[in-house]
Design a protein around this ligand. Sequence first.
Ligand code: CA
Length: 231
Amino acid sequence: MAAKVLVVEDEAAISQLLDYNLGAEGFEVVIVEDGDEALLAIEENDPDIVLLDWMLPNVSGVEICRRLRAREATRALPVIMLTARGEEEDRLRGLDTGADDYVTKPFSMSELVARIRAVLRRSNPAIAGDVASFGDITLDRNTMRVRRGDRDIKLGPTEFRLLDVLLQRPGRVYSREQLLDRVWGQDIYVEARTVDVHIGRLRKALKRKGEVDPIRTVRSAGYAFDETYTG
Ligand code: CA
């Protein structure tokens, strides 16, 4: 499953470079140019990690980071701060910004990608590894196999991706729109009720008679992988 990276950077040359290179590494990239936009974009796009330039128009990267840490929904959202070498770097070191890591410009793309992967692994092993699991349910991204206990679960590609998304953050409720975005992609028009159809198929595949349903339906909100599932 591609992790979603939100880049907050006002220098177009850098954001284009990031867009191209992180895209080539399999990340989904969203770019915004200033601090005001950043907070809204985080709410709308629900990224897995934020690359945050320190010097931005309107609201600074440091201030955005503080606001993210102050809000329940984004307290644990991984942030890597981008900073220019020299005075900026020195000043930043003295601040308690709450960022997970710092990368100094100019940076090598391979170094940045390694840092992103490391921060993602720390913050959410379920996103970064080949295998995501919860309780007795295991999903292997390499072999595309899903197991519940010692039973193989046969899933279509859409149900596989749906389960992958839900398993990345058990307990988190995804709206139909968020699932459409993450499973089908932003460029495809699919009706929201299509999500219900595929959730139905996923449930049917996962659950035998008498077994607990690991997928929660949250009325008028969406779906979640049940974080209390112990199967
Ligand atoms: Ca800047």
